[in-house]
Design a protein around this ligand. Structure first.
Ligand code: NAD
Length: 513
């Protein structure tokens, strides 16, 4: 780690050997168990974070509720100015934060920097948005009446995030929620606790310099039990949860039981359809990056390739060949394409998926396996694998959160490919590679892809912050980031004003006294 400057990065981000994992802003404390964070890159202990107890959580929620009462009265553009300053700090600390993301999570340094860039982009978006929290004005049916709608701050927003985007997902939520006037309490992944502390350090510093009330950016740390404190708490009107479908089903029920709102960003099972008209070179780049980038641990990773029989062998051979070029190793070394999986449990799941696809009758085209020896001491490095499989296999129907790509054939019309693509329970990202306008438009039509993201001639992986991000079906239906995703962080109010001396009723109802 030292040759890549990790120690300096930790110092730049204000991290110690043992850190408090609970913060209401300036105030850091924690009375829970210690979580040790080991790097999947080299198996070394990076640092420790003390988790949040029930009593600690009470302090946080009390501060957030109190802070919100003041924060909601700040004009939105002034809140935007705070996000702008926070963004300046992100720009300044992009390298150390990107490095820590890479070292604690295992994605490549380039992707770590890319993740911080996403934070910067969403903050830029949020600053502009702070002057555009528009509602509509309607024409009243009653004479001398005016009707309009406005958006008010919602309250305390609980953010639960996954290990694979340990910093960006927090900012997708907070940057918008802050300009919307909300207080945010974040429970990051217990697998990446140091990146959470690093982010909260940055926010806490900027907020306190600007006298933002305590509690507007708060952090709690720990596993699902700490998350449950928020999901069951009626003082938290909105829970934004990113992670597995299994988690989403539990969180959704807990929040619904108290009639709270939830924004769910859950697993995907993303496919690329490769038609006879596809540009093969671009298909190979898109599919390979989609399948092996972040070691297959993106919610938008490419899991399935649905290839037309006319180009099946050509595409298959090109991709199998491309896999031979992949360099697996320390993700901080920019010569490598693929880093480790997050931990040994993930390695077990990867191996189980490969066993299962064979058991169900699949054929391995590129062998997987766990790497051993120098540079692979953490035990988390695996070989990206490819299997020929049927869409109906149980293993193909589930999200395998590892670099395992399932490929399958379709024949005839693109509607046959669409049937396979849509024939899973998840609905996050999808793509078609084609130069045929009819096929592209069909894919984008009402009878086309049923996913929240549908791309033409780019892969499934990754997204820009300007569009609303999220997916349908078991992916949870939530939308974050661009477009009008901000509306979920506010409460909508319809206002009707009568400026006459009469009181006419709607629908022409007569009520004379
Ligand atoms: P996970 O579900 O194991 O954990 C995610 C978060 O939920 C963690 O912070 C965890 O502590 C918390 N959690 C788990 N159970 C909980 C409960 N009962 N109550 C409250 N909190 C609970 O997921 P993971 O392994 O960290 O991440 C991988 C998954 O996340 C994949 O399925 C991936 O597709 C998905 N993901 C989705 C998106 C998206 O935007 N759709 C983005 C990133 C990751």
């Amino acid at each position: 780690a030292e040759e890549f400057g990790i120690k300096q990065a930790l110092k730049d981000l204000g991290l110690n050997e043992v850190n408090n994992g609970t913060s209401t802003g300036e105030n850091w404390f924690s009375n829970g168990e210690i979580i040790e964070s080991y790097s999947p890159v080299d198996g070394e202990l990076i640092g420790k974070v003390k988790s949040t107890t029930k009593e600690d959580y009470e302090k946080v929620i009390t501060a957030a509720e109190k802070g919100f009462k003041e924060w909601r009265t700040w004009p939105a553009p002034q809140r935007g100015e705070i996000v702008r300053q926070f963004n300046d700090e992100l720009r300044r600390l992009k390298e150390p934060l990107g490095k820590l993301v890479s070292y604690e999570m295992g994605k490549s340094y380039q992707e770590g920097l890319g993740e911080v860039q996403e934070m910067i982009d969403i903050c830029d978006f949020a600053v502009g948005l702070s002057r555009q929290l528009h509602g509509l004005t309607m024409h009243s049916e009653r004479p001398g009446h005016r009707m309009y709608e406005q958006y008010h701050p919602l309250g305390v927003v609980g953010i639960i995030s996954a290990f694979n985007f340990p910093v960006a997902v927090w900012s997708w939520n907070t940057a918008l929620a802050w300009v919307c006037g909300d207080a945010c309490i974040w429970k990051g992944s217990e697998k990446t606790p140091l990146t959470s502390v690093a982010c909260q350090n940055i926010a806490a510093r900027v907020f306190s310099e600007n006298k933002v009330p305590e509690g507007i950016s708060a952090l709690i740390t720990g596993d699902y039990k700490v998350g449950e404190m928020m999901t069951k708490d009626e003082r938290v009107p909105l829970i934004s949860a990113t992670g597995s479908i299994r988690m989403g089903k539990i969180v959704a029920q807990a929040v619904a039981a108290r009639l709270g709102k939830s924004l769910l960003e859950l697993g995907g099972n993303n496919a690329i359809i490769v038609t006879p008209d596809a540009n093969i070179k671009n298909t190979v780049i898109g599919a390979v990056f989609g399948a092996v980038g972040t070691c297959g641990q993106r919610c938008t990773s490419t899991r399935r390739l649905i290839i037309h029989e006319d180009v099946y062998d050509e595409v298959k051979d090109a991709i199998v060949n491309a896999y031979k070029q992949i360099r697996i190793g320390n993700p901080l070394d920019e010569n490598n394409h693929v880093g480790p999986l997050i931990d040994k449990d993930a390695v077990k799941n990867y191996q189980a998926a490969l066993d299962k696809v064979v058991e169900e009758g699949g054929k391995i085209l590129v062998e997987g396996g766990v790497l051993e020896g120098e540079g692979y001491e953490s035990g988390c490095y695996v070989k990206p694998a490819i299997a020929e499989a049927k869409n109906s296999f149980e293993i193909v129907q589930h999200e395998t959160f590892a670099p395992v790509l399932y490929i399958m054939k379709y024949s005839g019309d693109v509607s046959n490919a669409l049937e396979l693509q849509n024939g899973v329970r998840q609905g996050l990202s999808s793509a078609i590679m084609t130069n045929n306008l009819r096929e592209a438009e069909r894919f984008l039509s009402a009878e086309g892809s049923d996913c929240g993201i549908a791309n033409v001639n780019i892969g499934t992986s990754g997204a820009e912050i300007g569009g609303a991000f999220g997916g349908e079906k078991e992916t949870g239906g939530g939308r974050e980031s661009g477009s009008d995703a901000w509306k979920v962080y506010m409460r909508r109010q319809t206002n009707t004003i009568n400026y006459t001396t009469e009181l006419p009723l709607a629908q022409g109802i007569k009520f004379d006294l």
